[in-house]
Design a binder for this molecule. Structure first.
Ligand code: NAD
Length: 359
């Protein structure tokens, strides 16, 4: 197989973790006879420094003409003072919208070797395996009217939560199809007791459910879901929700597993999928060989499975990660008593070695 991958390392630790993911994917290519062509471009703060804008046209064109996009992270204190439209994080919204990436898939699965790294009790989190399916290009982050306008006494800030039948239908299909390959339970999260947009959400998800009789559907209010994720996270399989609720709940689900540095994500919806770890650019540890590259490497595995249908290869990467953790190697964010401390590069090299030498 030959595939063209747009590589956008971005800012902060993005520059350190992306090379480790590329090395692991190269090892997969060599082992299974696939050719991956890597095309690099700027995004976020580094693009602002070069051309004054976080999402250069050349980066957008490259992404559109690739088979998948591998992204590190964007942002940092250097660019925080910029006006909203020129901030690094705008590049992500722009890419998602331009590529039609309406579904964000975030698995939160606990590696049992890391159960003690979580702030929750082992018996609460052991065995959790949740997939949050977040709607990504609709809802309050994109709805109009929006903005800040002057009033007689000060200002008025406005954002609009808006969803159409079509937007809800397509994300519901993604959730039910994912559940079919898992434990066949979808929890749809909304605020239908207060919001009309949520009332429509609930109605449409229920209609789409009619095509998936083998999957169980439950509805849950977002405030209850926030509580249930902490109280009894094992009750969830697939959670489908809006852009805003998904943004918050997926971070909460991530923290159940111990470290933000461990978790991957996939944004899909059209021809080109985008894969990135769930964390940001971590300016506090950037350039120090301290970042955990596992979330980035696991994002590469999701790219193989979702964009290229290379499921066997993706599973080999996941097993390689498990083995390295099982041998006790840990980056600083997941260290514990009796573990072996390693930096970003060594963690990457250990996973590469497992991919090359084991099954
Ligand atoms: P962050 O995720 O960058 O960091 C939060 C904390 O987690 C920090 O203490 C950091 O050191 C730690 N951390 C994150 N990733 C880690 C890893 N791989 N290994 C070890 N530790 C890790 O969030 P933040 O500090 O709120 O944001 C920093 C910058 O990143 C901001 O500019 C923010 O806007 C941006 N951001 C970007 C994205 C993205 O690119 N998708 C997502 C979130 C935040």
């Amino acid at each position: 197989m030959e595939r063209r991958i747009a590589v956008l390392p971005g800012d902060g630790i993005g520059q350190e973790i992306v090379p480790e993911a590329v090395k692991v994917l190269q090892a997969i290519g060599q082992r299974f006879g696939h050719t991956f062509e890597w095309k690099y471009s700027d995004i976020g703060g580094q693009a602002i420094d070069r051309i004054g804008f976080p999402l250069p046209q050349e980066t957008l064109d490259l992404a559109k003409h690739s088979d998948a996009v591998l992204l590190g992270a964007v942002g940092g204190p250097k660019w925080e003072g910029l006006e909203y439209e020129r901030r690094p994080e705008r590049a992500l919204l722009g890419l998602r919208e331009a590529l039609g990436l309406f579904a964000n898939l975030r698995p939160a699965k606990l590696h049992s070797d890391l159960a003690d790294a979580s702030t929750l009790k082992r018996e609460v989190i052991e065995g959790i395996d949740i997939l949050v399916v977040r709607e990504l290009i609709g809802g309050i982050y994109f709805g109009k009217p929006k903005g800040i306008e002057p009033t007689a006494t000060g200002h008025r800030g406005v954002n609009t939560e808006v969803y159409t039948t079509e937007e809800i239908t397509r994300i519901a299909h993604v959730a039910f199809q994912a559940a079919r390959k898992r434990r066949r339970l979808v929890t749809s999260v909304d605020k239908a007791n207060v919001l009309e947009s949520s009332e429509l959400w609930r109605r449409v998800v229920t209609e789409v459910h009619g095509s998936y009789p083998e999957v169980e559907l439950r509805h849950m209010y977002v405030d209850n879901c926030a509580m249930q994720l902490i109280r009894n996270p094992k009750q969830f399989d697939v959670v489908v929700t809006t852009n805003l609720f998904g943004d918050i709940l997926s971070d909460e689900a991530a923290m159940l597993t111990g470290s933000i540095g461990m978790l991957p994500s996939a944004s899909v919806g059209s021809k080109v999928g985008m894969y990135e770890p769930i964390h940001g650019s971590a300016p506090d540890i950037a350039g120090k060989d301290l970042a955990n590259p596992i979330g980035m490497i696991a994002s590469g595995a999701m790219m193989l499975a979702y964009s290229f249908d290379l499921v066997k290869e993706a599973e080999l990467i996941e097993r390689a990660i498990q083995r390295v953790l099982g041998q006790g190697y840990r980056t600083k964010d997941i260290e514990g008593p009796g573990t072996i401390p390693v930096g970003t590069k060594q963690m990457g090299a250990l996973i590469v070695q497992q991919v090359q030498e084991n099954n």
